[in-house]
Design a binder for this molecule. Structure first.
Ligand SMILES: [Zn+2]
Length: 99
């Protein structure tokens, strides 16, 4: 992804509970990145069932994330699967020296 993702930006997108659950998925190795380009990342989070996540780059600073899990109507922040995926992307960027 040609955009810088940091732990802080993930925390802004996801509330604390989702962030912490996402971190647990990530640490447990449940995130599988299936496709990663400058503009798009697709991943599968292997939770109780598999959830499919897409993270699309919007511009220099913004990205839009969607997940296949059923979200509650009032739940406007991102879910734990998106948090886990963003953490995995952030790690990839660190490993490849982008951060
Ligand atoms: Zn989800």
């Amino acid at each position: 992804m040609d955009i810088k993702i940091t732990a802080n930006s993930i925390k802004q997108l996801c509330e604390n509970v989702s962030y912490n659950r996402g971190l647990a998925f990530f640490n447990a190795g449940k995130v599988e990145i299936t496709s990663l380009t400058d503009d798009l990342c697709e991943a599968i989070v292997h939770a109780a069932e598999d959830f499919y996540i897409r993270v699309e780059r919007q511009d220099e600073k913004n990205y839009k994330a969607t997940c296949s899990c059923p979200k509650l109507d009032h739940f406007t922040l991102q879910c734990q699967h998106v948090a886990a995926t963003l953490l995995a992307i952030e790690e990839q960027q660190r490993l490849t020296g982008m951060n």
